[in-house]
Design a binder for this molecule. Structure first.
Ligand SMILES: [Zn+2]
Length: 201
């Protein structure tokens, strides 16, 4: 097979770094992009640059936003005494879709996984205690995934928050073991939230 243009190879290499995209998928995507009208690639490129330039993490909850603080943290109608700790921004969105939760969030951007070398310092935890202590938080709802890493993270958080006078709860069962919150239906997720139990450590 004759060599493809270097610019095409570079595109394939960059695309293949995306999660879940191997060399074959990257090549297919690259052929698709090249075959589309040039405007598509230009808009895609601009969008990539804009997202890197403008999207950042909320200073309080670490979800994605364009300002210092996200629209949820700035919303005066949200219950500021409740903090729901989730692993990912997608999990936050899953709770928002239920409409059953009116408190604030804290996005960890991961879960503890000692075997993969992911310890507490790799999670967005630095300002958690500070938020609890200074923002009048009375309950921290730990809504990490129902898998080994999510459970380990929940226990770690319960221990870490114990010295603070805050109630730490864990979303209830109904979430299948190994279940990723992002894919749980809204009713199950709402029930898991309302049936949360105290995390005693
Ligand atoms: Zn926020």
């Amino acid at each position: 097979m004759p060599a493809l243009p270097p610019a095409f190879d570079k595109l394939v290499t960059l695309l293949s770094r995306l999660p879940g995209i191997g060399q074959r998928s990257a090549t297919r995507l690259a052929f698709f992009i090249i075959a589309e009208p040039a405007n598509y690639a230009k808009t895609l490129g601009q969008s990539l640059v804009e997202s890197v330039d403008h999207v950042r993490y909320c200073a309080d909850c670490h979800t994605l936003c364009e300002d210092e603080r996200c629209s949820i943290c700035r919303d005066p109608t949200r219950e500021r005494g409740m903090l729901c700790v989730v692993e990912t921004v997608q999990d936050l969105l899953a709770f928002e879709r239920t409409g059953a939760y009116q408190g604030l969030y804290h996005v960890l951007h991961g879960a503890l996984a000692p075997l993969k070398g992911i310890g507490p310092s790799r999670l967005k935890l630095d300002n958690l205690e500070d938020r609890v202590a200074t923002q009048g938080v009375t309950e921290v709802i730990v809504a990490t995934n129902a898998d080994v890493e999510g459970e380990a993270t929940a226990l770690y958080l319960a221990k870490r928050l114990k010295p603070l006078s805050v109630s730490t709860t864990r979303i209830a069962t109904g979430i299948p073991m190994g279940g990723e919150l992002e894919y749980i239906d809204q009713t199950t997720l709402s029930r898991a939230l309302s049936g949360r139990v105290a995390l005693d450590v």
